[in-house]
Design a protein. Structure first.
Length: 135
């Protein structure tokens, strides 16, 4: 059919296309929604050493200052190396300085500078553009 090789376009071309237009692709997909499983955190209550004995006790709560690990946040940093507005997943700390993971790296930000965009539900969501027809 002259389409680029991709998982989405392959799935579009498998089987009878039907409809009133015959067996032809009527509309090409330009953007695809991508889901990734990120998990819901760990239930472990201690961190063991290499022999299996408890080394330290983890916090009993998963939510600190209204944030939980895996939440999507927007961090506003006013000064320093990471100055600017960043969007990423957060790892919470009981101290209030949470760690924010961005595509360029990880940095710490106080919870006052974080804005919750989406609660963690075990998945990450993104859009990806689909390649066009082969010339």
């Amino acid at each position: 059919m002259g389409l680029a090789k991709s998982h989405t376009l392959d799935a579009l071309c498998v089987g009878p296309l039907g409809s009133g237009a015959g067996d032809a692709v009527v509309r090409l997909v330009t953007r695809v929604h991508v889901f990734s499983a990120t998990g819901r955190g760990s239930y472990a209550r201690t961190t063991p050493d290499r022999y299996g004995f408890p080394r330290l006790v983890r916090p009993r709560r998963k939510r600190h200052q209204g944030f939980a690990s895996g939440d999507l946040v927007r961090a506003t940093v006013r000064t320093g190396r990471w100055a600017g507005v960043w969007t990423g997943r957060v790892s919470v700390r009981s101290t209030g300085r949470h760690s924010v993971a961005t595509p360029l790296g990880r940095f710490n930000a106080p919870h006052e500078n974080l804005l919750l965009l989406q609660r963690a539900d075990g998945f990450s969501y993104a859009w990806r553009s689909e390649s066009g027809p082969v010339e």
